[in-house]
Design a protein around this ligand. Sequence first.
Ligand code: FMN
Length: 216
Amino acid sequence: MPDEPGFFDLVGNVRAMRRLKPDPVPEALIWKVLNAGVQAPSGQNTQPWKFVLVRDTEHKCWFAERYAAAFESRFGLIADPEQRGPHKTTGQLGALYHQIDHLHEAPVILLVCGKRDWPFKVAPEDRVGLAPPNYGAVYPCVQNILLACRALGLGAALTTMHQVFEAELHEHFQIPDTYGVVVAIPIGYPSGKFGPVTRIPAEQQTYLDVWTSGEE
Ligand SMILES: Cc1cc2nc3c(=O)[nH]c(=O)nc-3n(C[C@H](O)[C@H](O)[C@H](O)COP(=O)(O)O)c2cc1C
């Protein structure tokens, strides 16, 4: 289809879409998105990801309440709109406030879980407590999910604030300790505008052959 964006248009337009419509998303599209996710590579093709697709309103409210409280505790955003007074409604801050106020209305909150696995560089004798989730494998899957959402005209935002209440999250959604919740992605039709991302060009982030500047 000639009107479909090509890869390079797509990759430059995958912004965190925090303003979502509550309109339902057809289940077939969600499977298309998840099946794009699972095309990602993983070490020895272990595919160490699992998904929890949260659609139930009570579960979404449970998550949204704690997500907003986490933003309040870590970034000083005021979770309760009545306590907030005048606040920014535009830009990233406005979008974040919109997200915390409306998260429970997102048609889907996708939890992407990663199997815990010690990185090679951690020697067996240094392995204390739970291993981290296999981030290296899960993030390519997450990026495929974000790209697939964008290709299908769906809005999505990679979020990680659930780390603040991850123990509770495990208990609530009955997620075993062998997995960590790597990201939570609210997905829905966008009410905000897609647009190009703002990034520093690769030419300014790259050294040729050896790292030549004094920057650490
Ligand atoms: C590791 C990681 C953690 C993030 N955590 C959150 C989050 O908890 N909540 C959120 O709304 N966005 C989160 N984001 C999205 C970024 O804030 C966003 O991609 C960045 O500010 C650039 O904005 P843009 O993608 O719209 O260009 C996260 C992104 C990454 C890669």
